[in-house]
Design a protein around this ligand. Structure first.
Ligand code: ADP
Ligand code: MG
Length: 690
């Protein structure tokens, strides 16, 4: 073994003299970041044929102690003592990067690098490393080094006393934090549960990372027996004692796209029918829904995020909501996208974890510390979140979701925790109607448990209904039956007939999923800009829809839809790997948008487009009627000393074209909303606000 304090002093003085001086200067100025960062691969593996590096990996406790002592003695131009400074080692060779699921007992007490996404962090709190205790009999102080989670008291005092109290002022403590790192979602194969490991971070490492961050943590694997105090078990839990942290830049670079792939992608992007091809790649086992599949494909490619000169950020991510009857393949669609999307998180509104969709701050049962845990939208940062049964989400998520969808951040301020987490992801969600089946004659806002403001955050909302229709039903049945037959055939692959081959081609993705993922990743490097013609086309479309709304008619489209069109059109251009958004892109997406609006925003009474109907559940006509009814009550209020008699009100309403049933319904609504009241049964008065 060559490691000893002297060798380390040599190492630091040879390779890190500048850093030593900087560190000494910081200490002189009273700074508290007492650490020096050593590049393992660049420097340690070069020094003395890398032996020091190898010894560090095999016997980290001893070697790091040497390094600390060596560092303490290293000279610097300020002549400051570097006692107590921490050497931190980063950039380990790839062979030392261990997957969480591959951790074994052989790794215990070894130096490793673990990469993953931060799922949980506790608040940063001081932890006692040397406890000072006062004997209650003689008053003398005894110090005890603390190495475990539970505070260790001294043995009986010299005077024989057995009772002690802790003296915090004389104890030594360091900042400490516990975090949980989880495997990357994209490295899991369909349906696998991600594994995780606890990490202990101390001193300058504490409080530097947030849930959702992608990190490499280098450190020593420790084992701790399961159980507590008197009931320790022989089974052990592994955790990582962090020595250094590297933040991973999280782009789509984890894909290795070869020249060969690139050629294939470019050829695809140039093909005439590329949009049909991608539609046939999304969930081929699900029959129909071509519009929805195209919308989902565009969502995967994504629009271009923008930052305006005034600092405002506009998201490029496209949010889609699928609403509809049970058994129309909503869940299947989501699961499919989960399998094919490059970076995705699948969850249900109820949530399989405590963290739900956004984030939660909870108090740890064991040590009482506050913990901040990332929910699905944070873990899906820079990817896509698939949330089934979103209507069943928790109250806390409901409140946080508005911010998450528009600003793409989640703010948490609770107890010792204050953080803004990033949630830059697209959301594909599904919701079931409140009353079992979807009723196309009632506004969607009344049928699902999502608020109108939340609904308006979705770029596209599709309604999937299960209406019997003989022709479609026959085709659907045939399709599903074929799939089942096929599943069987795959077992006995030998005897595939020509006919079966034909059927297989209908349910296998047109583009190989592996290549499709690379295609998406590659396309994300393009940032298409609207051409002049495209701009005019969007403008014309917007104005024409708005102008159809005459002075008194419902407003069918708002500026929100305008932004949606831009995003979708950009995504459409990306499919072709184009730098410009063309008129064709605009036409393609306005068609989708119109179909989505036609399903949700047509006032069934008039057949006209009405965005208010979709999101608030009150159409322009309804609003007019409510206004009329209020007016009538106001006018008839003085007819009697108890206010407007119901009979008269209804008679007048009928003369205005509102039938009795509707009139009574509106009166009740007005009463519930506190706009009118009944001084006596059958009489109404306006509530006047002072
Ligand atoms: P939902 O989530 O809408 O309640 P599911 O996704 O659970 O519905 O679908 C129920 C079943 O019906 C699934 O097995 C699905 O494959 C099948 N199914 C429904 N509609 C279709 C369709 N259009 N094409 C293929 N299978 C379908
Ligand atoms: Mg479902």
């Amino acid at each position: 073994m060559i490691s000893c304090p002297e060798v380390w002093t040599q190492f630091f003085e040879k390779y890190y003299s500048e850093e030593l001086n900087k560190l000494a200067f910081r200490i002189k100025e009273g700074g508290d970041k007492r650490a020096i960062h050593v590049n393992f691969t660049r420097d340690l593996l070069v020094f003395q044929e890398g032996r020091l590096g190898e010894e560090l990996i095999e016997k980290p406790d001893l070697v790091i102690a040497h390094a600390e002592q060596g560092l303490a003695r290293a000279t610097n131009i300020y002549g400051v003592s570097l006692e107590g400074c921490k050497p931190r080692f980063y950039s380990l060779p790839p062979t030392r990067k261990i997957l969480i699921r591959d951790l074994r007992s052989a790794h215990i007490s070894k130096f490793v690098a673990i990469e993953g996404i931060v799922r949980k962090v506790t608040e940063v709190r001081p932890k006692i490393v040397v406890g000072a205790f006062r004997c209650l009999d003689c008053g003398s102080i005894t110090k005890v080094v603390q190495e475990e989670a539970v505070l260790r008291y001294p043995h009986p005092c010299e005077c024989g006393g057995k009772k002690f109290v802790l003296v915090p002022e004389e104890s030594v403590s360091v900042d400490s934090q516990r975090v949980k790192i989880q495997e990357y979602p994209e490295n899991l194969r369909g349906g696998e549960q991600p594994q995780s490991i606890d990490v202990v971070l101390e001193k300058d490492l504490a409080g530097t990372i947030n849930p959702g961050d992608r990190v490499v943590i280098n450190g020593i694997i420790r084992a701790r027996p399961r159980g507590f105090q008197q009931r320790m078990l022989t089974h052990m839990d592994l955790y990582l004692e962090g020595n250094s942290i590297e933040i991973v830049q999280q782009e789509y670079e984890e894909f290795e796209i070869t020249e060969d792939d690139k050629e294939k992608i470019i050829a695809l992007a140039r093909s005439e029918d590329i949009y049909e091809k991608i539609v046939r790649t999304i969930a081929p086992s699900i029959y129909g829904y071509e519009d929805i599949k195209l919308a989902i494909a565009l969502q995967l490619f994504g629009g271009v995020p923008k930052k305006l000169p005034d600092g405002t950020e506009i998201r490029g991510d496209i949010h889609i909501l699928l609403v509809g009857d049970p058994g129309v393949a909503k869940s299947q669609l989501l699961k499919f996208v989960h399998r094919i999307a490059p970076r995705s998180i699948y969850t249900t509104g109820k949530g399989t974890t405590t963290a739900g969709l956004t984030a939660t701050a909870v108090r740890d049962e064991v040590d009482g510390r506050w913990t901040l845990e990332a929910g699905a939208l944070v873990l899906a940062d820079k990817g896509i979140a698939l949330v089934d049964e979103i209507d069943k989400m928790r109250k806390e998520d409901r409140a946080a979701l508005h911010e998450a969808l528009e600003q793409q951040t989640i703010s948490v301020a609770k107890a010792g925790i204050n953080a803004i987490l990033k949630a830059r992801c697209a959301l594909l969600a599904a919701a079931n109607p409140k009353y079992g089946r979807f009723d196309r004659y009632s506004p969607i806002a009344e049928q699902i448990e999502l608020s109108p403001t939340l609904l308006s955050r979705f770029d596209l909302i599709f309604v999937l209904t299960d209406d019997p229709e003989i022709e479609r039903d026959r085709k659907l049945a045939e399709h599903i039956l074929n799939i089942h037959q096929l599943g069987e055939t795959l077992e006995k692959m030998r005897s595939i007939s020509e006919e079966t081959k034909q059927r297989i081609s209908n349910v296998t993705p047109e583009i190989d999923p592996e290549l499709f993922r690379k295609y998406i990743a590659y396309a994300k490097n393009f940032f298409p800009v609207l051409s002049e013609e495209a701009k005019r086309r969007i403008e014309d479309y917007y104005v024409s829809l708005r102008s159809k709304a005459k002075e008194n008619s419902p407003v069918p489209i708002t500026a929100r839809q305008l932004e949606s069109i831009i995003r979708l059109a950009e995504a459409s251009a990306r499919v072709r790997l184009s730098e410009v958004v063309t008129v064709e892109d605009v036409d393609r997406v306005t068609k989708i948008l119109e179909r989505s609006l036609a399903q949700i925003a047509v006032d069934p009474e008039t057949g006209e487009l009405d965005i208010d109907f979709a999101f608030s559940g009150t159409s322009k006509r309804q609003r007019d009627r409510i206004w009329t009814m209020k007016k009538i009550v106001e006018e008839l209020e003085d007819l009697s000393e108890n206010g407007a008699p119901e009979e008269e009100v209804i008679k007048r309403a009928e003369s205005e074209g509102i039938d009795e049933e509707k009139a009574k319904e509106i009166l009740l609504k007005l009463k519930i909303n506190g706009e009118i009241f009944s001084p006596r049964f059958g009489f109404y008065r306006i509530v006047r606000k002072r």
